[in-house]
Design a protein around this ligand. Structure first.
Ligand SMILES: [Fe+2]
Ligand SMILES: [Fe+2]
Length: 332
């Protein structure tokens, strides 16, 4: 990134302290996974009873639900990849691993909060007895080893557009999983997914505020970055996922969440529409020629994506086996 661009991120440090850091919650005010899980400290009989009740509730949920929950859990649990990605962004990375720079403080606080999401979902899945943990764990190891390439190119403008979008997308996906858990008769799991969704919402607010600020101090570069990420399409962070068996597991997983309405092309278009309004992109004035084209492209995009949605709906369902659920088949 050019020195004058690096200067922009340097000059925003005190703004980050005042306006972004408050979006992270003090540890003492955060929930912890054990609050939603059977607690082994309460004595063996009570513990066994709570595990039995958890397994009983999980029986009400269909196999495809567990495919989707495993996918969401893996997305959360590949957290080392995301912290690495944030630290590759120029001007906002954590240079020492415990840097006092406000950008780095935010990234570590965010990572520490996110770390609870994978922990909680993984322990729930383990206790549920519904998934093949060996295959799930292998997939996670493959996934972290593979990393991700979502096109943010060390560029913090691109990086924060991606995180804004991704936080809103995961919020919506966890919320839909909460709704399905409730309908399937597992109110505890509904609370788990809903609580994680609320964290994602707070994170979305933080990243959205960063882009809002960048639009104020550097509208042209920020508008170009938004268009650039949209041209590349926002890819889910676990797009390089593999379980050692199915080379198309990511595509199959994506089809299952689309079919079950957990994360769909329509959601993608709605998220984009939301950001166009939230960042008031249509009203941005005084952009240079190239950025004006970018503005035009982005503001017209939701309509085009919606058209794709109606085409996707017509696809016939197929049966796909997932190693995570002992090679049973679900509709994808
Ligand atoms: Fe998360
Ligand atoms: Fe998040």
């Amino acid at each position: 990134m050019l020195p004058e661009k690096l200067e922009i991120f340097k000059s925003l440090e005190s703004w980050v302290s005042e306006s972004v850091l408050p979006f992270s919650k003090p540890v003492e005010k955060c929930w912890q996974p054990i609050e939603f899980l059977p607690d082994p400290c309460q004595g063996p009989k009570e513990f066994a009873e709570e595990v039995r009740a958890l397994r009983q509730r999980a029986l009400g949920l269909p196999d495809e639900y567990f495919v989707m929950l495993v996918g969401n859990m893996l997305t959360e649990d590949a957290l080392p990849t995301y912290q690495t990605a944030l630290n590759t962004l120029d001007g906002v990375g954590d240079e020492t691993g415990s840097s006092p720079c406000p950008w780095a403080i935010w990234t570590r606080a965010w990572t520490a909060e996110e770390n609870r999401h994978g922990d909680l979902l993984r322990t729930y899945l383990y206790l549920s007895g519904r998934v093949d943990m060996l295959m799930v764990e292998k997939t996670l190891q493959y996934l972290i080893g593979a990393g991700m390439d979502v096109g943010t190119e060390n560029n913090p403008y691109l990086g924060f557009v991606y995180t804004s979008f991704q936080e809103r997308a995961t919020c919506s996906s966890h919320r839909n999983m909460a709704r399905l858990a409730k309908e399937g008769g597992d109110p505890v799991l509904a609370r788990i997914c809903g609580t994680i969704a609320a964290d994602e919402k707070r994170h979305e607010n933080a990243y959205t505020k960063i882009i809002e600020k960048l639009l104020e101090v550097d509208p042209n570069a920020t508008m170009l970055a938004i268009a650039d990420m949209m041209k590349k399409k926002i890819t889910m962070p676990m797009h390089l996922m593999y379980d050692g068996k199915d080379p198309n597991i990511f595509e199959h997983f994506s089809a299952v969440i689309e079919r079950n309405g957990v994360y769909t092309t329509r959601h993608y278009a709605e998220i984009l529409e939301f950001f166009i309004k939230r960042w008031e992109l249509e009203k941005l004035e005084g952009l240079t020629g190239e950025a004006r084209h970018a503005q035009d492209f982005v503001c017209r995009l939701p309509h085009k994506v919606m058209k794709l949605e109606s085409r996707a709906k017509k696809l016939e369902p197929r049966r796909v086996a997932f190693s995570w659920i002992f090679n049973k088949q679900v509709s994808a």
